[in-house]
Design a protein. Sequence first.
Length: 323
Amino acid sequence: MALPIAIIGAGLAGISAARVLMAQGHALTIFDKGRGPGGRLATRRIDAEGRKLQFDHGAQYLRAEGAGFAAALAEAGTAPWPDVARRVGVPSMSAVPRALLGAMPCVASRHVGQIRGSPGAWILRHWDARLVRPGQPLPDVAPEEAGPFTAVLLTMPATQAREVLGHTAPGLHEALATIRYAPCWTVMAAFNAPLALRETLRPEAHAIGWAARDSAKPGRDAGQENWVIQAGPAWTRAHLELPADAIAQPLLAALAGFSATPLPAPFMAVAHRWRYSLLEAPLGEPCLWDATARIGCASDGCIGGRAEAAWDSGAALAAKVLA
C-alpha cells in the first residue's frame, strides 16, 4: 500500500493541493501550526465585557478571476461584500477554509520544524505550536515524529518553508529566497456606539493601509461595532518589534483622523502582528517541485499576492506530484 503524502500548512494552497490529491485516491496528512485551517484566512474570537466578539483579522475579502476559484468560493458559501466583486466567508472568513477542507485529516496546533529521512520515506519532526517563537531556535524538548511519507508539500510563506527545509532540498531552499513579503500590524477594536466612518477605508501613503467595520459583513452581529485596522507596510516596518500593547493607540488615533467628530474610546482593542502578509516579490512560477527528493512548495508567493494565487499554486503542485 502506498505511503501517505504530508502537507505542511492548511491555508488555501495546502487545501487546494489536498483536494486534488485526495480526488486521485492519495492518503494525506495535513499539519498546521494554527488551531484550525486557514492561514491568513483567519478569524479571532474574543470575550470582552460579557460579549462574544469576532474579527476577521487576516484576509479581508476574496476575489475570483478564474472559474476554479469561483466555484470553490461558491462551494464555501461566501457572500458579496462590500461590493459584488469581493466575497467574504459567512459567518466568518475562517468558515471558508473549514468548508473547503471538509473531513480531510488535519493535525492542528503542531509546528513542523524538521524533515528527516530520505526520498520516499520522509519523517516530519513536530512540536506543540505554543512552544515555538518566530525567529527563535526550536524548543528544547523532544519532538513528536510522523511518517514515513512518500512526498512532503510545504504550503506556508517562503521564509517559514526555508526554515523547515534546512539542507533537505537545497535547490528549493535557494529558490524560495527570492520571495519577499511585507509585514502587517492589525488592530481589532470594539466600540459601544457606531463610528461616523464609511464601512471601508483604504487611504494612500498613510499609516493605515485598510480599515473596515468588520461587523457590517454578511452573517455578523450587526448590533456590534467591531473594527479591523491594518497598518500599511511602511508603518508596520517602522514599528515591527514594538510590543503588541503599544500598537493599538497610534492606529486608533490614525483612524480618528478620518472622522469629522471625535471617536469614542473602544472598550476592547488588541493587536496582532502578521510577519508575512502582503507579497512584494513573487517567485514567478506556479510552484516548486523537486522530483528526486519528492518535496515541493506552493503558496501565493509563487504567483502573486492574491488568495486565488495560493489556490492555483496548490493545484499546480498537486499536478506535479501526480505527473
